[in-house]
Design a protein around this ligand. Structure first.
Ligand code: SF4
Length: 432
């Protein structure tokens, strides 16, 4: 499998191969009242069990995302923000980074314009969608994030960045550094707050950033939990391991582990027993390590969404304006795009009536799945009518256009009613 380019326009064709190649687990969790989970639109995860436990046990956890202010917010950005709002409703402390340094580096957008774009095109839509006040900040103004990015950059070399992202020698330093700043965004809530699980909902093309950030977390940690049948902790750093061994052993005992072997040669503590609660154990271990290491953190978890297919096929991306619909577009413009959309329909009405359509390769059906069918019964109806041939593409697209128009009109009204809340969000972010 080829490298995934987070900034590119190619669609991911085989999610099973991606899971296999990059060590992603299949997402088998049932998230209550979450249509992305109900409709199998989450293709995989990394350590989501920590987040599930945090939600069930009402423990502290963070949710983190970023936005690049380089254009209008479109349908492809909406799902991630809906996931963020979902996690906020389940108790997460939210952090949203405006990647204005990245848009400056990769899209040549100055920082003042980036601020306007972030507020007008993104924040207002987020509030209209139901986001409550949270840490909404700009990378260029956040000295803590920048400072920690410097620490992180000492852990990564250029050849690694090249192998993950395919960077060429001509890349500008700020572009090369963008994923490092993002890693700092993801880890800063823990580093400047307390260690706690962190969920980063992402589109599948953003997985390289999570892999890099998880690797960096491990490199900065001195007590690393490794995958094993029982419990296995490897000890990082170069010096004497006694103190760290004692800390790890004390935390293991506190969590009900009694048979503990110290293997000093390989800098490992292990036990055939497992902790009573993995989430509490991970948090306590990171907190105990903090006394010796200010960067101790829990590797971020991810919930990885399937990428929406563009209206005309390929990847839905703002760099291909006809592939998507902006949330600020008018219902008429959006409707025209939908009426021109690619479908999974047959060549003729007769054939469609006889053989049925193919909703599983239909971008219009994806619009229903991601955005338009608010309840599963409606989605099922669209699917069954399409398969049986009862539904024809023309009327199906017309229904989708009407629903999209209603959605955009509703968002517009809510945006206008939300404008007075922007100041509160910006003040909340700058006070963090
Ligand atoms: S009937 Fe609707 S869902 Fe089925 S192929 Fe046509 S546009 Fe797609």
């Amino acid at each position: 499998m080829e490298n995934i380019d987070p900034w590119g326009a190619s669609q991911i064709k085989n999610y099973a191969a991606m899971r296999e190649h990059f060590g992603i687990d299949e997402f088998n969790f049932n998230l209550e009242n979450n249509r992305f989970s109900e409709r199998s639109l989450i293709m995989g995860h990394r350590d989501f069990n920590l987040i599930q436990s945090a939600m069930e046990k009402k423990m502290k956890f963070y949710a983190m995302t970023g936005l690049m202010p380089s254009g209008e917010m479109h349908l492809g950005n909406k799902a991630v923000m809906e996931m963020m709002i979902y996690f906020q409703s389940r108790g997460a402390e939210l952090h949203i980074a405006v990647a204005d340094l990245e848009s400056y580096a990769t899209r040549d957008i100055d920082l003042i314009s980036a601020k306007d774009i972030a507020v007008e095109n993104f924040l207002l839509n987020y509030i209209a969608m139901g986001l409550k006040p949270c840490n909404f900040y700009f990378q260029s103004e956040n000295s803590k994030v920048q400072k920690f990015a410097n620490v992180i950059s000492n852990e990564v070399n250029f050849s690694e960045m090249k192998s993950i992202y395919g960077f060429e020698d001509s890349k500008k330093m700020l572009e090369i550094n963008s994923p490092i700043i993002q890693a700092s965004d993801i880890l800063s809530p823990q580093v400047y707050g307390e260690p706690a699980p962190t969920i980063v909902p992402i589109g599948a093309d953003q997985d390289p950033h999570i892999r890099l950030t998880r690797d960096i977390t491990q490199r900065l940690s001195m007590l690393r939990i490794q995958e094993s049948r029982g419990t296995r902790i490897s000890i990082g750093g170069r010096g004497d391991t006694h103190i760290l061994e004692d800390i790890a052993e004390e935390v293991m005992r506190r969590h009900g582990i009694t048979k503990i072997m110290r293997n000093r040669k390989y800098r490992i503590l292990e036990s055939p027993e497992s902790p009573d609660s993995m989430i509490s154990f991970s948090i306590d271990l990171a907190k105990a390590e903090r006394e010796h290491n200010p960067y101790a953190a829990i590797p971020p978890s991810s919930a990885i969404l399937r990428l929406e297919t563009g209206i005309k096929g390929g990847k839905m991306s703002k760099s291909v304006p006809d592939s998507t619909i902006s949330l600020n577009e008018t219902p008429v413009e959006a409707g025209k795009k939908i009426m021109r959309a690619l479908t999974g329909g047959r060549e003729s009405i007769e054939e469609q009536r006889k053989l049925g359509g193919n909703p599983y390769s239909c971008p219009v059906y994806e619009l229903y799945m991601y955005h338009l069918s608010r309840d599963s019964a409606h989605l099922k109806k669209v699917e069954e009518e399409c398969l049986s041939g009862e539904r024809l593409c023309g009327s199906c697209k017309k229904e989708a256009s009407d629903l999209m128009g209603n959605m955009l009109t509703d968002l517009k009204e809510k945006r206008e009613a939300s404008r007075h809340l922007v100041k509160e969000f910006l003040e909340f972010g700058s006070s963090q």
